[in-house]
Design a protein around this ligand. Structure first.
Ligand SMILES: *[C@@H]1O[C@H](CO)[C@@H](O)[C@H](O)[C@H]1NC(C)=O
Ligand SMILES: *[C@@H]1O[C@H](CO)[C@@H](O)[C@H](O)[C@H]1NC(C)=O
Ligand SMILES: *[C@@H]1O[C@H](CO)[C@@H](O)[C@H](O)[C@H]1NC(C)=O
Ligand SMILES: *[C@@H]1O[C@H](CO)[C@@H](O)[C@H](O)[C@H]1NC(C)=O
Ligand SMILES: *[C@@H]1O[C@H](CO)[C@@H](O)[C@H](O)[C@H]1NC(C)=O
Length: 587
């Protein structure tokens, strides 16, 4: 497909270190949304604009003129945006660093271009995040497509801007409360372009909106002579080489007559060796703890916001000891008991080739700040109650870091090179959790076999087919194929207009849907086109061959293949299915 090829080339040819690039809104049928134009609707404004989507359906051209609003004696605006304010869904852009446009202009001198996205707001029109952009000689050009790459870091967006000029009243750099959060990047509900606050004729030729992850070259990481941590996605929080040093405090079972004991040394090679023995506290008949932490309760550490994992470079002669925990305190007056804590296991680590240490990475969502002071184990887990999870603000303001041997009796040994904030790229994460419940057929109908999971699925990779990912990979349980995917595959041209078409499970080949039944072919087509996914109702659903998941919504075939979801609307219940999962050959 033209569009994906160009993306890959873009990644390959752009000069700076480009991260992952995924489409949010394009015009080729894969990430399509209806367009709405708003030209100075109030105050007697006279701005005007219009757009066309070109014949090959890959780009949108927008032309207009922003004029002075007479009643305000100030320039008005033209706005082109996705038409729905709430009900639209865009891919999860959390973890990305930039909102990126592939765009050209005939009016590079026009000074009023802005881009916006709304998320998590009931007032998308005025509370969207907005940022200026310019296209000039410094803007990199993608060689393959000839389009300029306009990259806007999220911290240039603000959701507090003047409704007269579109310019920020409060900038994100001055007040974090107006900045987009990871949660807002995850739940984008509307995207828009603006010509605003500057009078003049303008033109934009847009290939699409994307989100992009660009890995920054990190500030010095463990830069000591003996051990070189080359991994640039690790941000050193605490090391023992003088760069990120903090004094150490040891606490060994201070109360209740506990008898645990430990001690540490800082070696010449700039790591800490910590040895100890976690013993039963007689008065409790339960194991006590040893704790090695940064000494000050209110210390400063680098900003770890945006990171996905807290990682450690460790060695241990007791890798089977089951009581290791790591903690960080943030934004609390009670760091001892309200720190965020998580278990870790040496055996889950991977060898870091550069240092010879084992890298153990703990996802931030495994931390909780509600844990038992007897065992150190969570009482309430972050996965069950978000109020105990670390927030981006907490990750930004870490005040204390600690390691624990707790709740498990036994001798332990740790060599600690450092504690780091790590941003694991999404492909790594995909590899970790991928799990298949079925295997799709080799030759699916409608040329489905050719589409790979990186077509529109967050974290989807080119080495997994879209069908395998959507229908069989539990990692994507909540993800459908891209909206209007069926259009690209010319579904309705390939069906029998005059008969009843049977659709077979893409994995096991049993019949699961028949259409049209009780309505015309055109009605079946319109229902599908209105929703963007093949839609079946009533008798069309072969109920004896499907089952519904525990959520009461997800539809599986009798063989276990995920097919889609039940939705309800004015006309009743609709099975909203993924074409990729019902394109099997009859078996
Ligand atoms: C923007 O910030 C100003 C100053 O803090 C505040 O008075 C105003 O209410 C904010 N506006 C919006 C729309 O949040
Ligand atoms: C250090 O801790 C170990 C293990 O508890 C103990 O055997 C050793 O005596 C301690 N050494 C010192 C100097 O306290
Ligand atoms: C932990 O959660 C429990 C149950 O919600 C609550 O009763 C308790 O107060 C919480 N403890 C802390 C330290 O937050
Ligand atoms: C994609 O990767 C991110 C970062 O690791 C993760 O939080 C998210 O859950 C992943 N999404 C899917 C669909 O696996
Ligand atoms: C359901 O699937 C079975 C194969 O498992 C098939 O024999 C049967 O005809 C299907 N039911 C209908 C109504 O098509």
């Amino acid at each position: 497909m033209h569009f994906h090829q160009s993306l890959f080339l873009l990644v390959a040819t752009a000069s700076s270190a480009l991260g992952e690039f995924s489409p949010l809104w394009t015009f080729d049928g894969t990430n399509e949304h209806k367009v709405k134009l708003v030209n100075d609707p109030v105050m007697g404004g006279q701005s005007s604009s219009d757009y066309t989507v070109n014949d090959e359906q890959v780009r949108l051209e927008w032309d207009g003129e922003v004029k002075i609003v007479p009643s305000l004696s100030a320039p008005g605006f033209c706005n082109l945006e996705t038409s729905k304010m709430f009900l639209d869904k865009f891919p999860d852009a959390s973890g990305s660093t930039h909102l990126t446009l592939l765009v050209k202009t005939d009016t590079p001198d026009y000074q009023g271009f802005k881009v916006s996205f709304a998320a998590d707001t009931i007032n998308p029109q005025f509370k969207c995040y907005k940022a200026d952009f310019v296209i000039d000689e410094n803007t990199p050009v993608d060689e393959e497509t000839g389009y300029s790459i306009v990259r806007i870091p999220y911290n240039e967006f603000s959701n507090n801007w003047s409704s007269y000029t579109g310019e920020p009243i409060v900038k994100c750099s001055d007040d974090a409360s107006v900045c987009p959060t990871e949660k807002s990047k995850k739940k984008i509900q509307q995207l828009g372009l603006w010509a605003e606050g500057a009078a003049g004729v303008f033109n934009l030729d847009l290939l699409g909106f994307y989100f992009e992850t660009i890995e920054e070259s990190e500030p010095a990481v463990a830069s000591n002579a003996n051990v070189n941590v080359a991994d640039s996605d690790l941000l050193a929080l605490w090391t023992f080489d003088g760069d990120n040093d903090h004094d150490i405090k040891l606490t060994n079972d201070p109360v209740m007559g506990g008898q645990s004991n430990s001690n540490y040394t800082v070696t010449d090679d700039n790591f800490v060796e910590w040895n100890g023995d976690c013993k039963i506290v007689p008065s409790l008949s339960a194991p006590g703890f040893c704790n090695l932490e940064s000494k000050k309760n209110f210390d400063k550490f680098p900003d770890a916001s945006g990171a996905t994992h807290l990682s450690m470079l460790l060695k241990s002669s007791t890798p089977d000891y089951k009581g290791f925990k790591v903690s960080f305190a943030a934004n609390t007056l009670n760091p001892q008991f309200k720190s965020f804590k998580a278990d870790f296991f040496l055996n889950d680590g991977v060898l870091d080739e550069d240092t010879g240490f084992t890298k153990v990475s703990v996802p931030f969502e495994e931390f909780s700040n509600n844990w038992s002071s007897y065992t150190g184990e969570p009482i309430v887990k972050c996965s069950d109650d978000a109020s105990v999870c670390p927030t981006e603000k907490d990750k930004q303001k870490i005040q204390q870091l600690g390691l624990w041997a707790e709740g498990v009796e036994g001798e332990f040994n740790l060599e600690i090179l450092g504690i780091y904030a790590e941003t694991v790229t999404s492909t790594d994460a995909a590899e970790v959790v991928k799990e298949s419940i079925c295997t799709v057929q080799k030759d699916l109908l409608f040329k489905i076999t050719e589409s790979s999971a990186d077509v529109g699925l967050p974290n989807g990779t080119a080495d997994e087919s879209l069908a395998q990912a959507v229908c069989c990979d539990t990692q994507f349980t909540n993800y459908p194929e891209p909206r209007n995917f069926y259009v690209d595959h010319q579904l309705f041209l390939r069906l029998d207009k005059d008969g009843v078409n049977t659709f077979y499970d893409s994995a096991c080949g049993i019949p699961v849907m028949k259409a049209p039944i009780g309505r015309t072919f055109e009605e079946f087509k319109e229902d599908t086109s209105e929703h963007g996914w093949p839609s079946f109702r009533g008798e069309e659903i072969i109920e004896e061959n499907i089952t519904v998941g525990d959520d009461g919504l997800t539809i599986f075939s009798k063989c276990g293949t995920k097919l889609g979801t039940y939705e309800t609307d004015d006309s009743g219940t609709r099975a909203c299915l993924d074409l990729v999962c019902i394109s099997g050959q009859e078996e």
